[in-house]
Design a protein around this ligand. Structure first.
Ligand SMILES: Cc1cc2nc3c(=O)[nH]c(=O)nc-3n(C[C@H](O)[C@H](O)[C@H](O)COP(=O)(O)O)c2cc1C
Length: 333
């Protein structure tokens, strides 16, 4: 996830209960681009103990193939093509989710990437379409046929269209259809909010795996909880004091990755994470409103102390599911 899945955050998350694999932020690839050094460090200095896939986004076929070849020489678990980014500034350039309007280009791109990666895993992260009201009826089936044609090794499906951003209902039936149609393992993505929801989606879709984005930022214990749930073990329930300690670790991680960061800049970086954490703190979104007003690190931490530790709050359980009224809805990926 852009601005979230940094090397430091992956390491931090791994301490709370790592997912089976990570995916980097996307490398934006075009004819004159070079692979971003910060994102590369997630591959070259991977201390998570888990494989890390490198995600690329772009539509320039020679440049994408060259980037894939370069990544294959690094310790990347595989190369992942982004076909889902819904940010208008991205899809208008016909990359990310924009490519779902041009499946002949996806065909050519997947062919070139497969050729560039004879011994490296090629994975795809996609949405189920561009715009449900305008897409040709067979769009998703055509995409799945391309996934099969080019021997894609794993497909992650975010069950929304590009126009659905993060708001529309997730179409788990479409993910189940992908599971039945694709010859590779299919990973279900979109609103895997809790261990209970993970079990529900796994049963409904028969997917090979589950992918979590925002909800693993809100609740870094999510992957551990999912494992415990599937193993029939008691599921860990963090308290608000545990969440306050996670927030402290986030701040320390951001400072470690940029020792010269100012207090105001650190607060701004923290808010990107707290926008998600806040969805589990209180139903009315009081924490979210207060933390957004904080202008420096000290003020932000004071807000966290007030909402997570003061009075009897420290011992309260962190909500399993996000509060509907408090979910943050970014408009870009
Ligand atoms: C801030 C933000 C950044 C994201 N960046 C990426 C990205 O770089 N690549 C990608 O494939 N998906 C990206 N996503 C999408 C998530 O991976 C995921 O598909 C989506 O949020 C739905 O899953 P969730 O309900 O678990 O969040 C991003 C989402 C958010 C909210």
């Amino acid at each position: 996830m852009q601005d979230i899945s940094t090397r430091g955050f992956m390491q931090l998350l791994a301490r709370y209960g790592a997912p089976d694999y990570f995916v980097t932020e996307f490398f934006r690839v075009h004819s004159t681009s070079r692979l971003d050094a910060e994102i590369l460090s997630c591959l070259t200095h991977n201390e998570t103990g888990r494989p890390v896939f490198a995600q690329i986004i772009g539509e320039d076929i020679p440049a994408m193939a060259a980037a894939a070849r370069e990544l294959a020489r690094l310790p990347a678990a595989g190369v992942d093509l982004n076909l889902g980014c819904p940010a208008p500034k991205v899809f208008r350039k016909n990359v990310g989710g924009g490519l779902l309007r041009d499946l002949p280009q996806v065909d050519a791109l997947l062919g070139a990437l497969r050729d560039a990666l004879p011994e490296t895993k090629l994975t795809v992260k996609t949405r189920v379409g561009f715009d449900a009201a305008k897409d040709p009826p067979a769009l998703f089936d055509t995409l799945l046929a391309l996934v099969n044609k080019h021997g894609v090794d794993l497909l992650a499906v975010h069950g929304r269209t590009v126009r659905g951003l993060y708001r529309s209902a997730v179409d788990y039936a479409a993910i189940a259809h992908a599971v039945r149609t694709a010859r590779c393992p299919v990973v279900a993505n979109g609103d895997i909010t809790s261990a209970a929801k993970a079990a529900h989606v796994a049963a409904e879709t028969a997917c090979a795996g589950l992918m979590a984005g925002r909800h693993a930022v809100r609740n870094p214990w999510l992957f551990r909880q999912i494992r415990e749930h599937f193993a029939g073990l008691p599921v860990f329930r963090p308290t608000l004091a545990d969440v306050r300690s996670y927030i402290g670790e986030l701040a320390a991680m951001l400072r470690d990755s940029d020792p010269a960061v100012t207090s105001a800049r650190l607060a701004a970086r923290m808010k990107k994470f707290l926008n998600f954490v806040g969805a589990g703190v209180d139903p009315a979104g009081a924490f979210l409103a207060a933390m957004r007003r904080a202008e420096d690190e000290a003020a932000l931490m004071q807000v966290c102390d007030t909402h997570l530790l003061a009075g009897d709050k420290a011992g309260e359980l962190f909500a399993d599911e996000p509060y509907a009224g408090a979910v943050s809805r970014p408009n870009c990926e």
